[in-house]
Design a protein around this ligand. Structure first.
Ligand SMILES: [Zn+2]
Length: 240
């Protein structure tokens, strides 16, 4: 039983600070993830492999691959491992249920789960209680204009950015000191800067300058793409 390793190449990657490996099928380019390892290191969960293997919804995405143990200490040892391909893992991640555990442990899990979902491109929120972290850019259409301007001008935001839900306003912002003030060396506030009262700084200096001089209406106009001549006139007034 099992597929042979020759058909795959090994690929190392990271989810936050967890080091993981997956196999790339040479013929198809499809990635295969070792199920147990992925659950342990990316999701901090134990997995009951048989529950997936014996489930016809998932088992078509799974296979056993015989490979050399990735741990250097046991080099040469052949192991048979259950792998799941990216499509199957996408489905698993889309349907994960929160665990009944301490708040602290679940918060760590949520963070890694968000990063894992980001890697696999899972952008659905299927739980009734919104997660604390998500690994994709949320829909900004309901955000206030200043937030939208700060976020859309922030070049440090990438596909890997982890977004945290502010416990006051409920909106997601990148989990960095730009949006959440520092509480201690390791911890950022759970209230966003706007709710905490310090505000966001826009990376675009022109917007920030106007904003600081109470030019919110002008910024709103700029944002709404009003006729450029009108904006230039207003800007001249502002910049004196
Ligand atoms: Zn907030």
């Amino acid at each position: 039983m099992g597929d042979v390793m020759d058909k795959y190449s090994i690929d190392y990657y990271q989810i936050l600070d967890s080091e993981l490996y997956r196999l790339k099928e040479k013929d198809t380019g499809i990635y295969w993830y070792p199920l147990r390892d992925f659950f342990k290191k990316a999701l901090f969960r134990k997995v009951n492999i048989t529950s997936y293997r014996d489930n016809e919804f998932y088992n078509k995405y799974m296979r056993v691959i015989s490979s050399e143990h990735p741990n250097q200490a046991v080099k040469g040892l052949q192991i048979k491992t259950w792998f799941i391909n990216e499509e199957g893992l996408y489905l698993i991640l889309s349907n994960l249920k929160p665990l009944n555990d301490t708040i602290r442990k679940n918060q760590i899990r949520e963070k890694y789960e968000a990063a894992a979902k980001s890697l696999l491109g899972v952008t659905t929120l299927n739980s009734s209680t919104p997660p604390k972290f998500i690994g994709f850019q949320p829909d900004l259409s309901n955000y206030d204009v200043w937030s939208i301007i700060c976020l859309t001008n922030d070049k440090s935001i990438t596909q890997k950015t982890l977004w945290k839900r502010c416990e006051i306003c409920g909106f997601y912002y990148p989990n960095t000191i730009k949006y959440f003030s520092r509480l201690s060396q390791k911890h950022l506030n759970d209230k966003c800067r706007q709710c905490f009262g310090t505000g966001f700084r826009c990376p675009n200096a022109r917007y920030q300058y106007i904003y600081q001089r109470n030019g919110y209406d002008l910024i709103y106009k700029l944002y709404q793409n009003n006729p450029p001549e009108e904006i230039v006139e207003e800007l001249k007034k502002w910049l004196g």
